[in-house]
Each structure stands twice: as C-alpha cells, then as structure tokens.
Design a binder for this molecule. Structure first.
Ligand code: ADP
Ligand code: MG
Length: 356
C-alpha cells in the first residue's frame, strides 16, 4: 500500500544552518498492517508521519501510495489525504461545532455526502468510539479522552485506507489513556491499516503486527513485536525498550518530608498507569522508614518501574551495610504484602527490594 524509498527531510533554519531529521527511511507497508513507531524523542517520528501525507514535504526520496508516486509534481494531494487520515496529539476539533457536526463536516464537504447520509454514518462511528450520547454537545464540555475519541470518529468518517496516529494519548490525563487505546485496539481488530507513533510500550507490543524503532533519523530496527521487544538485534533498541522509570529520594534524617514522598509516589503511579499500586507502595514505605529501618539513615529510597515487563519495585538502600537491616520477624509480614522480598548486597552497601 505504501512504499517509502530513501526518504529524507532536511530543515533549513532562518540563519542558513540545516538539520537533517530524516536521513534514509525505507519501508513497505501492506494493507491491514498495524505498525507502531517507537523511539527516543527528536528522532523524526512525527516528521516521518507528516512527510507521509505531505504536510511536511520531504526533501529527498520517494513515497508510493497504491502504486502512485505522491511526491510527483502535480499529484493531487487532497485525494491522497482523504485516504490517509491523521490523528494528532492535540485533537484539533472545531470548537464552534458540535461533536456530530465535527464528524459530518468533511464527508459532506469533500465526499459530497447528503446530510442525512453523513449523519447516519457519523452516529454509527460515534457508537463505535462510545460517544453517541455526546453527539450534540460542544467539544469544550468533553474530557481529553472523549475529544480524542471524537477525533478518531471524524477521521474514520472519511473512509480512510490508512490512519496515521501521532502520539494519540500523550496529551491526555493518564486516567484517559486506556479509553483511547481501547478504541485503537478495536480498529486494529477490524483490520484498519494504521501507523501509530506511541510511547505506550505494552500497547505497541500487544496491538501491532510490526514495530519500527526509529533512531537518529532512520528506521533503526523493523520487526515483529516479539523480535523488537523480546530479541532485538541492536543494542540501542534493547536499551530503549527496556527503559526503567525511577523515582528516587535520599532520606538523610527523620526530618524527611513524607508528604512530598506520598505525593511523589502517587504522581509516579498515575503517570505509569499503576494507580492501584500507589497506596500499597506508600504504606510499605511508611512501614519500612518508620518501623523496620528507622535506625538506618541516610538511606536511598527508589521506586522503579520497567514499562515493558510491568515490574515495579521499591528499593531501600543503605551504604556501608553488609547484612540485611530487616529485623527477624519483619520478613514474613512483608512477604505477605508484596510479590516478593529480595535482600542483597550491592557494590556499596545493602539493599532490600520489595516487589510490588
Ligand atoms: P519526534 O517526533 O521523534 O520526537 P520530530 O520529528 O518531531 O521528532 O523532530 C525531529 C527533529 O526535527 C527535532 O530535533 C526537531 O527540533 C526538528 N524539527 C521538527 N520540525 C522542524 C521544523 N519545522 N523546523 C526545524 N526543525 C524541525
Ligand atoms: Mg513527535
């Protein structure tokens, strides 16, 4: 369906300096594929999507769409854009139109649907994204997740052959990420061809037929989710997919600000979709700091979360210690409240790790 050949994009700054964001991108995308594009920020993921539908015309290479070179002079871009939908981070709904009016606008304007026909289809699409009950309200009364679901319905209303998603959940409050991802999951099941730039590693692993790991302006690694997440060829891919998020506090004395720690833990858990672990984690922190390990200062408290495996743990590290600081009898209670307790020496001291 889409062939990308030696695609490049160089931006020219006003001062004359240039930056090459896409270096040499090559890919063939078949109908029905669901491709997640992952990679560090600034590596050209958005630029690639914008280049594909010519919002950001490439400076070199070729893009073939259904056998036609869309970069050829005089190619009717509006025709291509009707078949290639795009959903952005920021929804871009018409604020002065209702939800229903947002969805029927383009089919009426561009596909010349009658109002009745456009409305009938729009209601079907709103049902699909769970937004029928909001058909007559204005976007300003919707949550971010609801706006994004309307934006998806609006894109579907054009009967696109492929939809490009640029971080569709990254502007959302974490509690709303799930509802948008589940709509996209359903579209994948329906067989819609999609390219999705996302930071949601587990979603990418579960929903995609293929993953592009972008790095330094190229598709650094292209493979199945099993390969990219389980057995990547390149060390850069491996490092990226196995990233670990951390929250660290140095506890120097008993004067530490436990409210700050409480808020920090809750924010961290919400951000990484671990809300159910927030209160148990804080209860364990309190128990460790005030009871089992109250004599051990300074100590380092670390909450870590590996996004891909989903492993979350609390570490309590004390420098210069050679044996476990846990009093006899504490272990059993902690084991009952966690998925495991690891007591281990480190290079500089000793660590108790509670698996959440
Ligand atoms: P990603 O989506 O992977 O985070 P982007 O494609 O947004 O990366 O951007 C890649 C690089 O291109 C960034 O360094 C960014 O500053 C640069 N860039 C993007 N758009 C422009 C532009 N219009 N002019 C100049 N530089 C740009
Ligand atoms: Mg981007």
């Amino acid at each position: 369906m889409i062939s990308i050949r030696h695609l490049s994009k160089t931006f020219q700054d006003p001062d004359g300096s240039t930056v090459t964001v896409l270096k040499d991108v090559n890919a063939d995308i078949e109908k029905g594929e669901v491709i997640s594009i992952i990679g560090p920020s600034g590596t050209g993921k958005s630029t690639l999507l914008r280049a594909l539908n010519m919002l950001e015309p490439p400076t070199g290479g070729e893009i073939w769409f259904n056998g036609e070179n869309i970069m050829a002079k005089g190619y009717p871009l509006d025709r291509m854009r009707r078949k290639m939908g795009m959903v952005f981070q920021g929804f871009n709904l018409f604020e002065h139109k209702t939800v229903l009016e947002n969805v029927i606008y383009a089919p009426m304007e561009l596909l010349h649907f009658s109002e009745a026909q456009a409305k009938e289809e729009a209601m079907e699409l709103l049902k699909k994204v769970g937004m029928v009950q909001k058909a007559d309200v204005y976007p300003s009364s919707l949550s971010g997740g609801q706006k994004q679901r309307v934006a998806i319905a609006r894109s579907l209303a054009m009967h696109p052959e492929v939809i490009l998603f640029d971080e569709p959940t990254s502007a959302l409050d974490p509690t709303m990420v799930g509802e948008v991802l589940s709509v996209i999951r359903q579209l994948a099941k329906d067989g819609l061809t999609m390219l999705i730039v996302t930071h949601e590693m587990r979603f990418a692993r579960d929903v995609s037929t293929r993953i592009f790991f972008m790095n330094e302006g190229i598709i650094y690694e292209d493979g199945t989710p099993q390969q990219i997440f389980g057995n990547p060829v390149h060390s850069a891919t491996k490092a990226f997919v196995n990233r670990i998020q951390k929250l660290v506090y140095e506890i120097d004395s008993d004067e530490f600000d436990y409210l700050q720690i409480h808020t920090g833990i809750i924010r961290f858990c919400i951000k990484y979709n671990l809300s159910d672990k927030a209160e148990p984690a804080y209860a364990l922190v309190k128990e460790m700091l005030f009871t089992h390990m109250r004599e051990y200062r300074p100590m380092t408290l670390r909450l870590t979360h590996a996004e891909l495996s989903g492993e979350t743990s609390l570490d309590f590290m004390v420098e210069g210690l050679t044996t476990t600081p846990l009093p006899a009898g504490a272990l059993e209670g902690l084991r009952a409240k966690t998925r495991g307790v690891v007591e281990e020496p480190t290079a500089r001291g000793f660590r108790v790790k509670l698996l959440l």
